[in-house]
Design a protein around this ligand. Structure first.
Ligand code: HEM
Length: 277
């Protein structure tokens, strides 16, 4: 009964189906325009690569094969959009929150950005120079990581330390709780201390793989390096142009809605630096 409710035309299901149709239509439009484009290539981005890989025949290939491939491609587009957009936006959100609460770190990062780039736009090659920025982003991922937990299922009977786990058991791995474990991170586990990452991510805690924000293993986040670069570039540009503090309207209420969000948003007061100075 529980499973069949998703097929009933309830208000929320109808809204969901409408949104799904809209999303599919938008993605199909983008895909069709790529398929119709001149030349043999479909573009050098992820969608282009998927089209190359999934549609080996020319546009006149077997219709059934194309429509199956389309579903696969649409599914991948949705996965990448969901996995990448909200998560990176939330990493930026919580970084702005922490830098508002710790203005000394905001100033430290601004000095680092101005020292490395001046007023120029950050470039891909130079982003690796932002050591303190990396430390702050890692500490943000530890305390307010967008992915709160992940799940796994055991394929065989197994043991983790002294715990025996039978085959087929679903396991929740609660990153957010593990990231504040004092036995692993030390007595200041609940505090914002980016310096713990100054000797690299594997030296920050008592065990090397304690930071699990992107998970680990073969199914870990495929976009983690991209996400870190994106977050560094955006934060660098914000810090070059603005200083920011929390608005008095801010209410601290992190909530787990698949990702960790500020329940009432993050109202901040921005000040343009060229106007202040
Ligand atoms: C701060 C940003 C991000 C965080 C915290 C994050 C976190 C995660 C986590 C925890 C997983 C699950 C891994 C597991 O269960 O083992 C995951 C999977 C994934 N992420 Fe990210 N992610 C971020 C950004 C991105 C970006 C920018 C992309 C794409 C450009 C991306 C694409 C994916 C994909 C495709 C998967 C599924 C991988 C698979 O199942 O093999 N993520 N991510």
């Amino acid at each position: 009964m529980e499973g069949s409710i998703c097929y009933l035309p309830t208000t929320s299901n109808r809204r969901k189906w409408k949104l799904e149709r809209k999303l599919r239509g938008t993605l199909l439009q983008i895909i069709q325009s790529r398929l119709g484009s001149e030349g043999s290539l479909y573009g050098n981005d992820l969608l282009g690569l998927m089209l190359e890989a999934c549609i080996p025949t020319e546009h006149g290939g077997k219709q059934q094969q194309i429509s199956l491939s389309m579903d696969g491609i649409i599914h991948e587009c949705k996965t990448f959009f969901f996995a990448s957009h909200e998560t990176t936006a939330l990493l930026l959100t919580w970084t702005v929150f922490l830098l508002s609460v710790y203005p000394e770190w905001q100033e430290r990062l601004r000095k680092e950005v101005l020292r490395e780039f001046g007023k120029d736009n950050p470039s891909g090659d130079n982003l690796s120079k932002l050591k303190e920025m990396t430390m702050v982003l890692l500490e943000t991922l530890r305390l307010y990581g967008p992915a709160v937990f992940t799940q796994r299922k055991t394929m065989t009977d197994m043991a983790v330390g002294e715990i025996e786990i039978p085959k087929g058991l679903g396991i929740i791995i609660p990153f957010a709780i593990m990231h504040r474990d004092k036995k692993v991170w030390g007595d200041d586990a609940d505090e914002f201390n980016p310096l713990r990452f100054q000797n690299g991510v594997t030296k920050a805690a008592k065990v090397p793989h304690a930071l699990l924000s992107f998970s680990i293993g073969p199914r870990s986040c495929i976009g983690q390096n991209f996400a870190m670069m994106e977050a560094k570039s955006v934060m660098a540009v914000i810090l070059q142009k603005f200083s920011f503090t929390l608005s008095p309207d801010y209410v601290h209420a992190p909530v787990d809605l698949l990702t960790l969000r500020p329940k009432f948003g993050l109202p901040v007061i921005l000040r343009r630096l060229d106007v202040c100075s």
